[in-house]
Structures are given as C-alpha cells and as structure tokens.
Design a protein around this ligand. Structure first.
Ligand SMILES: [Zn+2]
Length: 450
C-alpha cells in the first residue's frame, strides 16, 4: 500500500464502523465510493477489505529529498531515464530472452508504477501504447512525462513475453500461459522460471501495476478495466484510469493482477481490441488512461479526466449461437443492444439460401464479440453487460451506430467532480468464475480471461 489511499466521508458512513478511521485514511485525493454499485455480498467484501486495512507506514514522502532508484543492480539517479535489459532466463549459454525495460526516475519522490505489455505475445495494444509513451510525443522535457517534474518512478516493459511476441503467439515456447504462473518458481518449468524473474526483478518494489492486454484469439473486447474492487488501492486506480467499463473480478489463479493483490500491490488489467491487431482506438485509450492514472497519483501535473459514468459490473450474460455455421456479427463490440435485437446472422455454405438470426436475450452493453465466423450450437457470439439502470445516461454517449463512445477516444472530456460521475451497477455473476471463462479455447490452460 502506498500513501494516498483514502476513503471519503460517505464511504466512511457506509462502513458503519464504531471507531474513527486513522488519520492517514482521511481524504487525500481520489475518494473510493463503494456504495450501491455492485451486489450486496460483494459490496460487503469490499467494505470489509477497507475496514481490515491497516495503516501502513509511508514508503516515501514528498518532503524527503531525491533518492536514487536501484533496479537490476543499476543505480538510477533522480530526473533521468534509463533503458535497460532484463534477462528472462538465468543461463550461461543459449537464449536468455533479454527484454527491454525503461525506467523513468522522477526528480521528486513518489510511488513506483509499473506498466507491462505483451504478457501474451500476440497482444499488441500494450507494446504499441507503451512504445508511444516512451516516444518524443509523451516523454521528455516539458512533455506529459518529464523526469524533471515527475514524482516517483515509472517502469515500462513493452514486451514481456519476447519469445511469444516473435512467434506471434500468446504462449511461451513450452506452450504455457505466463499469466497463470505468477509468482513463479526458479526450479520449475520454463514459464514458471520466467514468471519468477519478472516477479522478483520487475513487479516487487512496485506500488501500482497496469497490465495491458487484448481479447484472446477469435474475439475482440471494447476497452475496459478489470480489477478486484475489494482491494482498496486497486479500486482507486481502476477508477483513476478514467474509462467507463470496469469489470470486478479477482483474476484467474496465477495471474499477475491476482497475485499482485495478494501481495498488497495494486494491479489492474486493461483490455482493448483483439490479438494480432493494432486497434488504434484501444492504443489511444490505453495511453489516455495511463496518463490519467499518473495524474490521479499526482506523479505528473494536470487534472485527471473523468468519464460521465462508470459501469461497475460483477457479472454478464452470454449471447450464444443455436445453430452451426458461419456468423456475421451485425452489432460490433461496444454496441448498446435492446432485448430481442438481431445481433448476428448465421448461414451454412452447405445450405444456401437459409439464414438464422441471433437475437440478444436482454438489453445491455456488448463488451466483446466473436471475430471468427465459425460457430457451433452453443458457441458464444457476444458478451453482454445487462444494464438495467442508468440507461438514459449511457445513451448520452452513444454514436450514430449505437456504440459507446469511450472516454479518451474523442479527446479530453470536460472537467468533472467525483460526485458528478454516475455509477451504474451491473449485478450478476461471471459464468465459469471469470469474465472470459465461457469463450473457451483450444488450449485448456487459458480458458479464463486476459
Ligand atoms: Zn492477454
């Protein structure tokens, strides 16, 4: 936990705690609203987490002078940028997979934020947005991230799964999914050893993690945040990202964000677009969100942008095919669809002239759709957040096609106070335990999200 995690007065009332909160928990900046956004059971878990949280001593203070940042046995002086390499495997001969790591060490003290891309090697939105952030448009004197005015440290790892990236594969060469093996084991399989290196060299010592992903093969996601909202500092940065859709879940076992939370490191996953593509909107929104987050943490100057509303979802509904054949998705991911609206059409090349419509069972926001046309009866076609409240608010941000205009995709939104943001709760469960469990895949190890 870092300094700056705070609870606002309304949450304090909701906690119904007899004893007053310690001084350090009083409002500093971004308040955490926990009321009426998600189901009662989950809300109580979140409230309990906030209650149980002990006051942790500050690891850094704005009053102390600039200090060196020690990383990978290098000493990085305040106000500088260093581009280093971290070897994923500890070997004397053969391939060690050195991955690029850039450290921006601010002139002023502050938290350490780690931005990580391509944990899955075929997911390119992370590598692209992080490479842009390290470019001349965003980094340098008088730019959004200026080491001379930065408070704290930013670690940027654009490509984590380097061998997978080179082979255009989600997996490591041993066929394993890195995002199921944290915190890793130096005596175990290849992927587990890599996980251990990343965990001990890059993740530990971080206060906040942003893990950038896309949907898996055969589907696409609208830009969204996934976060365990019962972890207070994670809850804070999930909101600070400044986009509309937040899915509340702990993350799969062994995933970076889940294991980070278990070690009291705040961690969110951003998802946008699909694999093997450079979805420009997702890249733009990822950059927008990261800058928002850094502003919220007061690491860089400027006010964070806030969305008109947030959809805080604890569950979803699946749209499935009842036929086998080839689908044509008529409503793209991001569409707001009304009950019984036709969302896809299915044909069979062996039965020309016939087609079957797929209708949405419920009104809601389509957050993910299939991109591969091949389906069987029962195949998921779309993933829907069943929105029942706040529909009129949501409709104020739909484009001509009925798609959600996501903050960051159409320039900076106007300044908003926290109490101007409407929280739209989506109540339910994640079928299979995780947001992506129903998609399935040819590889059993990645049946769950991100
Ligand atoms: Zn992923």
């Amino acid at each position: 936990m870092s300094d700056g995690d705070s609870i606002d007065n309304s949450s304090q009332e909701k906690l119904q705690s007899d004893k007053p909160l310690p001084r350090s928990k009083k409002r500093r900046f971004t308040p955490i609203k926990i009321a009426n956004q998600i189901p009662k059971k989950r809300r109580m878990e979140i409230e309990k987490a906030l209650e149980d949280q002990e006051s942790t001593p500050k690891k850094w203070t704005r009053n102390s002078g600039p200090k060196n940042h020690n990383f990978l046995r290098k000493r990085i002086t305040p106000g500088t940028i260093r581009h280093l390499e971290c070897e994923l495997l500890d070997v004397e001969i053969g391939e060690s997979w050195p991955i690029p790591v850039s450290i921006i060490h601010g002139h002023r003290p502050g938290p350490t934020v780690t931005l990580i891309g391509a944990v899955h090697g075929d997911e390119l939105v992370g590598p692209l947005s992080l490479t842009y952030l390290l470019g001349n448009n965003f980094l340098g004197e008088d730019k959004a991230i200026d080491p001379n005015s930065l408070a704290g440290t930013i670690r940027i790892i654009p490509i984590t799964n380097l061998p997978g990236y080179r082979r255009r594969s989600r997996y490591f060469p041993d066929g394993r999914d890195l995002n199921r093996y944290f915190p890793g084991n130096p005596e175990s399989n290849t992927t587990s050893r890599v996980a251990k290196t990343i965990w001990s060299q890059i993740i530990s010592g971080s206060d906040y993690i942003v893990d950038l992903h896309t949907a898996g093969k055969g589907r696409t996601n609208i830009p969204q945040i996934r976060a365990n909202l019962a972890h207070p500092s994670t809850n804070k940065i999930a909101r600070a990202f400044g986009i509309e859709t937040i899915l509340d879940s702990k993350g799969p076992r062994g995933s970076l964000r889940r294991v980070s939370n278990e070690n009291d490191i705040a961690a969110i996953a951003f998802e946008g677009g699909g694999p093997d593509e450079a979805d420009p909107e997702s890249v733009q929104i990822a950059i927008f969100g990261i800058l928002n987050l850094l502003r919220s943490l007061r690491m860089i100057p400027g006010y964070p942008s806030k969305p008109r509303f947030r959809i805080l979802a604890s569950g979803s509904v699946w749209i499935r095919s009842n036929q086998s054949g080839l689908i044509d998705v008529l409503t793209p991911a991001g569409s707001f669809v009304e009950k019984d609206e036709i969302v896809a059409s299915i044909t069979d090349p062996e039965v020309p002239g016939e087609n079957h419509d797929v209708k949405t069972p419920i009104t809601g926001l389509l957050i993910s759709t299939a991109t591969h046309p091949f389906v069987h009866a029962g195949s998921p076609i779309g993933h829907l957040l069943p929105v029942t409240r706040g529909i009129s608010t949501l409709k104020t941000r739909l484009d001509e096609e009925g798609c959600l205009i996501i903050s960051g995709s159409d320039g900076d939104p106007p300044w908003r106070d926290d109490d101007e943001i409407e929280d739209i709760s989506v109540i339910g469960e994640w079928s299979g335990g995780n947001p992506d469990a129903e998609w399935g895949t040819e590889n059993k190890e990645s049946e769950e999200e991100t």
